[in-house]
Design a protein around this ligand. Structure first.
Ligand SMILES: [Mn+2]
Length: 230
């Protein structure tokens, strides 16, 4: 059975990514896609990029990634995100910048003879649109021609199957879950397009202590304990 894994919103959380990659490996899944927001929030962003690069994981650009390379780390609506991204910009390896600059805003791939579109956010705005629900009208008005749409950005798991056979999915977030569950979240999709939403425990205390050591305010990492939005 040809299964694929989809990960999203890692946000510099290396312990969470490593736990998820180990879990994927234990299931003998070799095709992994990443929906972006590789950077932002947590301090292991260079290491996360290195991992994705080493494993040649096909990734798309997220709003934090875009802010880092194209907007001097500024996210207008969030002083916290901006402060972190500007610290990351100062500490970014050249390889990290090069990787982020190579990312497309969307990818079209084929899974089990189904055309699949991968984006960080939405069809209207690939980089920064919060897609909490999707309708037939939304697909039509955005000329969505593929069978499967997979988006991230909300950090919330979503799954909707339409009468047309189209499917919309969101894998949730690896690095910063916001649904009250502190386990890292990712998605496995089989050939029948049946999703499995997987949760993986990891040591978030490693992130909390590293962030403290770098001088960041506690509240940025505290949410990792509860899986609540900061
Ligand atoms: Mn995002």
């Amino acid at each position: 059975m040809n299964k694929i894994a989809i990960i999203s919103d890692i946000h510099g959380n290396l312990p969470a990514l490593e736990a998820v990659l180990d879990d994927i490996k234990s299931k003998n899944i070799t095709t992994i896609y990443c929906l972006g927001d590789v950077v932002g929030y947590y301090c292991f962003f260079n290491e996360v990029v290195e991992k994705l690069n080493d494993l040649k994981i096909q990734t798309v650009l997220g709003n934090h990634d875009d802010a880092l390379i194209n907007h001097q780390g500024v996210i207008e609506r969030s002083k916290t995100c901006t402060n972190i991204l500007q610290w990351q910009l100062k500490n970014a390896k050249q390889e990290t910048i090069d990787f982020l600059k190579s990312l497309p805003t969307h990818r079209e791939v084929v899974h089990a003879n189904n055309r699949m579109k991968l984006i960080h956010a939405g069809l209207k705005d690939n980089i920064d649109e919060y897609l909490f629900d999707v309708s037939d009208l939304y697909f039509e008005s955005n000329q969505f021609k593929e069978s499967i749409l997979i988006s991230g950005h909300t950090h919330l798991i979503s799954y909707k199957k339409f009468y047309s056979g189209k499917v919309w999915l969101n894998p949730g977030s690896v690095g910063q879950p916001r649904d009250g569950n502190n386990k890292a979240s990712y998605l496995i999709l089989d050939e029948e397009l049946t999703p499995s939403f997987i949760r993986v425990a990891y040591n978030y205390n490693l992130v909390i202590s590293a962030m403290k050591e770098k001088g960041f305010d506690d509240y940025i990492s505290e949410g990792l304990k509860t899986g609540r939005k900061i």
